[in-house]
Design a protein around this ligand. Structure first.
Ligand SMILES: Cc1cc2nc3c(=O)[nH]c(=O)nc-3n(C[C@H](O)[C@H](O)[C@H](O)COP(=O)(O)OP(=O)(O)OC[C@H]3O[C@@H](n4cnc5c(N)ncnc54)[C@H](O)[C@@H]3O)c2cc1C
Length: 326
């Protein structure tokens, strides 16, 4: 019996969401008076052992197979299913990323068990003997649903950015599992890898300068690019922008785009529709720049400038340059 954390990584580089996952899994394990164990999939993730130990894993299961060089949802789901059959954990927790959801869903289907995705809270009185009461974010975060997960093994994913990672060193032992995978699990696999952005991404950047319909055109983003560059940030946008073809979908923040959690989000000419807000609400600070003081994003922002972004954004950049030159 244990709480098993399924660690997300890309060829051995741990995803940031998995650190919060380890903290949440460790907390639940302590509540159940059991151990938190971690699963890494693919030999190229073996090097994560020390990080996992530093975050409280007492056992690290390392799944090995020649087909596990890159992420593959069916293969990863099958690995989780095989480990669950072998070790019978009480709870299996994946990260609230697209990959995390997919892996837990694959494992659930293979084990013929229910799964609860995007959980934000777990019952503090859960002792393993009853159904697990939990709260999960649904409809892009606009609804928080109280549910009960009644199954011999509880399969869940933790909503992203819900838990701040806290280290708690443990001396993790390692078990190597040689998994058996047949050709059917290679249905989806990585064919080619293309680096889109070097370094930080929209999801991880500490500064995001977002533009909405108010920017008015693709060319209008030049001043946002300039501000982002001055602050080592990244430009994001709303769906109105991608719908107009001004920016690529890869830049879109929101329910059907990327969820961001920067130290500061400059929301320029963005109204803050719920589908946008769910992708931006984990921002630690928001500065809204909008001509409409009643815009929803203004009500959610710590700071707001009511004015034309075409004047305000260049003025901010000019002020930053002026101060740096002093
Ligand atoms: C299923 C579904 C999924 C969706 N997913 C997403 C998603 O992932 N991400 C997303 O963003 N949207 C998403 N949407 C769309 C969402 O509902 C909104 O339509 C969209 O977010 C609006 O974008 P916007 O704020 O740029 O535009 P608008 O709502 O039109 O707002 C423009 C804002 O700019 C301000 N403005 C105008 N001119 C200026 C100026 N010169 N200076 C300063 N301010 C100015 C206006 O006052 C206004 O507040 C989704 C919708 C659906 C139905």
């Amino acid at each position: 019996m244990s709480v098993l954390a399924v660690v997300g990584h890309d060829r051995g580089r741990i995803e940031s969401a998995s650190l919060g996952l380890l903290t949440a899994a460790r907390k639940l394990a302590a509540q159940l008076h059991t151990t938190m164990e971690a699963l890494t999939i693919g030999a190229n993730a073996d090097g994560l052992r020390d990080i996992l130990a530093a975050h409280g894993a007492s056992v690290v299961h390392q799944a090995h197979h020649a087909a596990l060089v890159d992420f593959g949802p069916e293969a990863w789901g099958e690995v989780v299913a095989q480990l669950v059959r072998k070790c019978a954990p009480q709870v299996v927790m994946g990260s609230g990323t697209e990959r995390g959801h997919e892996v837990i869903a694959q494992a659930a289907a293979r084990l013929d068990l229910p799964a609860a995705m995007n959980c934000t809270e777990f019952d503090a009185k859960f002792d393993g003997s009853q159904a697990l009461r939990l709260v999960r974010a649904r409809w892009g975060g606009s609804l928080l649903e109280e549910s009960e997960l009644d199954a011999p093994v509880k399969l869940v994913t933790l909503a992203n950015h819900m838990v701040v990672p806290v280290e708690a060193p443990a001396s993790a032992s390692v078990t190597i599992i040689e998994v058996e995978l047949d050709a059917a699990v290679r249905h989806s696999f990585v064919r080619e890898r293309v680096d889109r952005v070097a370094g930080v991404t929209l999801a991880t950047s500490p500064v995001v300068v977002g533009g909405g319909r108010g920017v008015g055109s693709a060319e209008g983003f030049a001043s946002l690019e300039e501000l982002a560059k001055l602050l080592n940030g990244i430009v994001g946008c709303s769906r109105a922008v991608t719908n107009n073809g001004w920016r690529n979908h890869t830049d879109q923040v929101g329910q059907t785009g990327t969820r961001i959690a920067p130290d500061i989000y400059f929301a320029c000419g963005i109204s803050g529709a719920i589908q946008h807000w769910v992708g931006a609400m984990a921002s630690k600070n928001i500065l809204a720049i909008n001509i409409d003081k009643e815009a929803y994003i203004v009500s959610k922002a710590a700071y707001a400038v009511i004015g034309d972004l075409h004047q305000v954004v260049p003025a901010i950049s000019a002020e930053i340059r002026r101060r740096r030159a002093q």
